[in-house]
Design a protein around this ligand. Sequence first.
Ligand code: ZN
Length: 158
Amino acid sequence: MAIRNIRQIGDEVLNKTCKEVTEMTPRIRELIEDMIETMDDANGVGLAAPQVGILKRIVVIDTTGEDLYVLINPRIVETSGEQTGYEGCLSVVGKTGVVTRPNYVKVVALDEDMQPFELEGTELLARAICHEVEHLDGHLYVERVEGELQDTEDAVES
Ligand code: ZN
């Protein structure tokens, strides 16, 4: 396992569309392990593969420190409600901004054994799922910020 370098805004890899994962390989397993370690090391609540420079549809999320989710080829199939709050990104360090997201999200994805599963999330988990899935399509939350991006040292980043 290794901690990988987290790409920062301005790096064009963050603006590309990621490709679906078609089979699990030792290399992809290693990538996932590294993503988990990199997220934990950075105290993030989520991380998408393009943030470590890999254009594959893989995200890891852990909003509580004890509920780790690995989502391969995630697809949001249902949303409802609304939440407005501060958001941050490990690829936009030291900043935060207000973003409105659904308060409930249902996502379908494959697990590390390429088996399909469903995950439902509310509040921070719903926010993190939306944030990470957008990374896979080359989008950063800063495109959605209402008002100004603000400086901070304690943003919840993913
Ligand atoms: Zn992010």
